[in-house]
Design a protein around this ligand. Structure first.
Ligand code: AMP
Ligand code: ZN
Ligand code: ZN
Length: 300
């Protein structure tokens, strides 16, 4: 297999694009793809202060690396959810190597001293949904309070198409309306959010990370083992083998539907914390209330 650009031995074959690249040309293709996505959706302006949500996985570490290489002003944010052993050393060493700041936020400070799994057990909710709610709320809060213009996450094409399939199977249109690669600021306390890796697959990100010696944690979260998103991913991978390009087509056509809710919807300010909500109290504050009630009951 030869590189389509220079005829050197290819390191990766991209069936969905009917092409193959050597290391040098794959790196060039990968970075151009991210820059094109940023430009196409007007995600980042040159002087924007960008906060990269870094979990330590290959996607967010690669995203951070490429955004720096492209010249954007970034800092990292790691939310310590208390799940498993915190691998912050890998991330903080990487931040030092790139001369970028890393903020580490411990969820316990916001949850009466409890970790995410402890909260989930106490209020009898699935760990993944509790974890998602906490991470989304804190990412926005930290980005807003520290004056960032944009929050970026490492969601890739495989994440997006599995989310798309799952939400279509359940006709969860409300979720799909919020799945855009770029969500502009719709309220003074909601920071704009972007996913610059949406057109790249897990395989492409993995190969780029390896070629550039980007450190990352490959361990999966112990709570997501049975998650239906993994089943959708494996189903979509099988479809992709039979019909290359399925994932790209599926996501591209979805983008064309323009289903996304880009306009400001009427939002209230949470009576407890002041962050936007569609009701009178936001779901994070309602969760905190349930924690306090459950702790009170335990004490009695
Ligand atoms: P996940 O929801 O685990 O698939 O992660 C999607 C994206 O969210 C990652 O690529 C990161 O950008 C971000 N993310 C996930 N977990 C964390 C975390 N603990 N701290 C900061 N960012 C995170
Ligand atoms: Zn080449
Ligand atoms: Zn609130």
């Amino acid at each position: 297999m030869k590189c389509k650009k220079c005829s050197k031995t290819a390191v990766i074959r991209l069936i969905q694009h009917n092409t193959a690249f050597c290391a040098e040309h794959f790196i060039e293709y990968f970075e151009k793809c991210i820059q094109r996505t940023i430009t196409e959706y007007s995600m980042i302006q040159k002087d924007d202060r960008v906060l990269v949500a870094v979990s330590g996985g290959k996607d967010s570490m690669t995203l951070w690396y490429v955004l720096n290489k492209l010249g954007y002003k970034t800092s990292g944010l790691l939310i310590d959810t208390g799940i498993g052993e915190l691998k912050s050393n890998v991330i903080s060493d990487f931040a030092v190597k790139m001369s970028r700041e890393l903020m580490i936020v411990d969820v316990k400070e916001y949850l009466s001293g409890l970790t995410t799994p402890e909260v989930a057990k106490l209020i009898r909710r699935p760990t993944c949904s509790v974890c998602g709610l906490i991470r989304r709320y804190l990412m926005n809060k930290v980005a807003y309070e520290n004056g960032y213009d944009l929050l970026v996450t490492g969601h890739n094409l495989d994440d997006e198409v599995s989310f798309l399939l799952g939400n279509l199977l359940n006709w969860n249109l409300e979720y799909l309306q919020r799945q855009a690669p770029f969500m502009p600021k719709t309220h003074k306390r909601i920071v704009a959010k972007a996913k610059p890796l949406v057109w790249l697959t897990e395989k492409e990100i993995y190969v780029y990370a390896m070629l550039n010696e980007i450190p990352f944690e490959s361990e999966r979260c112990p709570f997501s083992k049975d998650a239906s998103s993994l089943r959708y991913k494996s189903l979509l991978n099988r479809l992709e083998i039979d019909q290359p390009g399925t994932k790209l087509r599926f996501y591209k056509q979805f983008q064309r539907l323009s289903l996304f809710q880009r306009d400001a919807i009427l939002l209230n300010e949470c009576v407890t914390c002041g962050y936007p909500t569609t009701t009178d109290k936001c779901s994070f504050c309602r969760m905190r209330e349930r924690i306090e009630n459950a702790m009170g009951e335990q004490a009695n």
